[in-house]
Design a protein around this ligand. Structure first.
Ligand SMILES: [Zn+2]
Length: 670
């Protein structure tokens, strides 16, 4: 991990944000606030866990920013909200302050030298001077229990702390980037999981003395609660040991390569610390990998959380999964779907006409799959070149007369391609840019390979046609970004490319086809580009409320969808889902619909039949099996093929109720 205090301009003072966590302790807020050593703090945030007191008034009296959520989530849930908000505010270091004032925040003064050194995780201890804890009236039983537990923790975790159970913590941005803290518990256990994660990630840690006050008016823990907590910490230690030995992994302690699943805290488009959370769909495994019961131990879920950048407006995932996890089972062929072939034919015809493709035009397709798109250019030019990471697709492309290189396009491979094949007059990338985590490097590589006066054409789902309409089911780990033209213009500009033309096309519910050329050539820009930018502006592309509204819509959908299915289940007993597309997997996982509500999923794809839907483990059956044992309650997951699916269902059953999730959630009678 890098030292966050170093910038190209030299060292700068790290930004320290204090997060005061409150839950029904508004009366203590002023005291907690006044104890803060403000000379060490740049900003104070209050995060409230659904209190029923006058916290709003108290925070306002003190002029503090208050972030609230209801209902109450628990300590971990409240801390996650606070950390998320502080990261959004550009914090380098975040100090956790308990609103009941139990741990004296003056400990931050002792921590400042460590912060300047770039330590990643700093914890307050009451036992650096153990007698002091007793002087401050820590109950003896708690003193002994705590010392005993801490002794075990120290041995197992190998961290040099004298105490593991205080509530004074300082987290660096780097540390929060490196460990999957969003997957931790929403209750008090979070406080211990995060320490074990620090050990697991071999973070650079430090300990400082903290004074705790047991005499005052604090929220305290019951003996029962404390015993449950102690038991849970042993569970965490066991999980930690198993992961360290490589025996089994959990989201809290993932395998080393999975630790590379980064929790993103900077905008991946513009690099600014200006990400804001929109919504999260919980942890979801790869939506394209269907396991049998016996193989289920190989399934691995990652958090699916969506953010937007307040600077460049790019909508993006907050957790990036290593591409090897997702694309190693890539089995989809361009030529497998008739509607896709028609789409590629239309694109080729449009480009041939628009860009006057001739015998000397050199064409390249990034993510060329089985060469179908390039083969449609062969009647004009022999100079076609495919680039696709999947080795097995090279042969398919060759059968179509298309030369293909098995590689990811990046700045290094771009140079190799220029040396071996020359620069290209037309570069196409269909649904590739939105799937590439390192999008800036991909576009730089496009610039390198693009010939003088060449054109780059990309297609991607339009955020206004999908996510911003509340249709969150196009969100999965492969789809790292969802673009507006407003976000694409600066992204391409960074790579030296200027958007010159745009078309709105119906693909995947609504996509953009964007044309770009070298900025250095000062190309003319079509009016339609300005018109779409203006329209997006009017529709609220820069308005925080646009994104907040989607967050609320998603939450409401999750609740209503579950409820509709529960009603359906009460009426019909057995429920079958129609279709197992990726978007269906997302809906079911996000809403937590498992076999207790839906009994089976019917799908045409032989590869999925006899296996389990990712995450929710609902068995996939064939239409033949359904016809043999029909149900009367259904939920349509392939909702974008509503007519086709319902008419197919009519061939199977006489009467049925079908829940349809989108475009608006409703139940229809067949
Ligand atoms: Zn940005």
């Amino acid at each position: 991990m890098n030292n966050p205090t170093q910038t190209p301009q030299g060292p700068r003072r790290p930004k320290v944000v204090a997060v005061i966590m409150t839950y029904n302790c508004a009366r203590l807020l002023r005291k907690a606030y006044e104890q803060l050593p403000m000379d060490c703090i740049d900003e104070v945030i209050v995060t409230d866990d659904g209190s029923r007191d006058n916290i709003e008034q108290e925070a306002a009296n003190l002029g503090l920013t208050l972030k609230r959520h209801t209902p109450n989530r628990g300590y971990g849930g409240n801390l996650k909200a606070g950390l998320t908000h502080a990261l959004e505010r550009g914090a380098d270091y975040i100090v956790e302050i308990h609103g009941d004032g139990q741990f004296h925040p003056s400990a931050l003064r002792h921590a400042m030298p460590f912060i300047r050194e770039g330590r990643e995780f700093i914890i307050g201890s009451r036992f650096i001077h153990p007698r002091r804890a007793l002087e401050l009236k820590m109950p003896l039983i708690r003193f002994l229990a705590n010392r005993g537990l801490s002794f075990i923790d120290r041995i197992v975790l190998g961290l040099p702390f004298t105490e593991f159970h205080t509530g004074f913590r300082i987290y660096s941005r780097e540390f929060l980037n490196a460990v999957p803290w969003r997957d931790n518990s929403n209750d008090y256990l979070f406080s211990f999981q995060i320490i074990a994660q620090a050990a697991y990630a071999r973070a650079r840690v430090a300990e400082v003395p903290v004074e705790a006050d047991y005499r005052g008016d604090h929220t305290s823990h019951s003996i029962k609660g404390a015993s449950i907590y102690a038991f849970q910490t042993f569970r965490v230690l066991a999980d930690y040991i198993l992961a360290r030995l490589g025996i089994s992994f959990t989201p809290v302690f993932p395998a080393r390569d999975r630790m590379a699943a980064r929790a993103v805290t900077e905008c991946q488009g513009c690099g600014n610390r200006s990400l804001k959370a929109m919504f999260d769909l919980g942890v979801v495994p790869s939506v394209n990998t269907y396991f049998t019961k016996e193989e289920l131990h190989r399934e691995y879920p990652y958090l699916l959380d969506v953010h937007w950048c307040t600077h460049c407006t790019l909508v993006q995932l907050g957790t990036i999964v290593p591409p090897g996890e997702l694309f190693s089972h890539y089995q989809h062929l361009s030529s497998a779907s008739q509607s896709n072939i028609r789409h590629l034919e239309e694109l080729a015809a449009t480009l041939k006409q628009k860009l006057s493709i001739g015998a000397s035009t050199r064409v390249m397709d990034v993510g060329s799959n089985d060469g179908t798109l390039l083969s449609k250019f062969l009647d004009r030019t022999p100079h076609v070149l495919g680039v696709d990471p999947a080795e097995n697709l090279v042969t398919y492309a060759k059968e179509r007369g298309v030369e293909q290189i098995a590689a990811f396009l990046n700045p290094e491979t771009a140079k190799t391609i220029v040396a071996s094949h020359g620069r290209r007059d037309l570069i196409m990338a269909l649904n590739v840019v939105a799937h590439t985590p390192d999008v800036r490097n991909l576009l730089r590589a496009v610039n390198t390979v693009l010939a003088e006066k060449g054109t780059f054409v990309m297609e991607a789902v339009h955020v206004f046609a999908t996510i911003l309409k509340g249709e969150f089911d196009t969100v999965y780990h492969e789809h790292v970004y969802c673009f507006s033209l407003t976000a694409l213009v600066p992204l391409l500009a960074q790579a030296g490319l200027t958007v010159v033309d745009v078309e709105e096309i119906p693909t995947q519910g609504g996509s953009l086809r964007v044309y770009a050329r070298h900025t250095s050539e000062q190309p003319g820009i079509a009016d339609v580009v300005h018109r779409l930018l203006e329209r997006e502006e009017k529709e609220g592309v820069r308005d925080p409320e646009t994104y907040a509204r989607v967050g609320r819509q998603v939450e409401a959908f999750k609740r209503d969808f579950r409820q509709s299915l529960q009603v359906l289940r009460a009426k019909h007993g057995r429920i079958v889902a129609l279709g197992a597309p990726a978007r269906g997997v997302v809906i079911m996982n996000a809403c937590g619909i498992s076999t207790d509500i839906v009994d089976a999923v019917v799908d045409d794809t032989p590869l999925k039949q006899g296996r389990l839907m990712p995450g929710v483990h609902i068995p996939v059956i064939s239409w033949k099996e359904l016809a043999a044992n029909p149900a009367s309650g259904y939920v349509l997951l392939s909702w974008n093929y509503e007519e086709e699916m319902l008419s197919k269902l009519r061939g199977c059953v006489r009467e049925a109720d079908v829940v349809i999730p989108f475009p608006t959630l409703r139940t229809v009678r067949l």
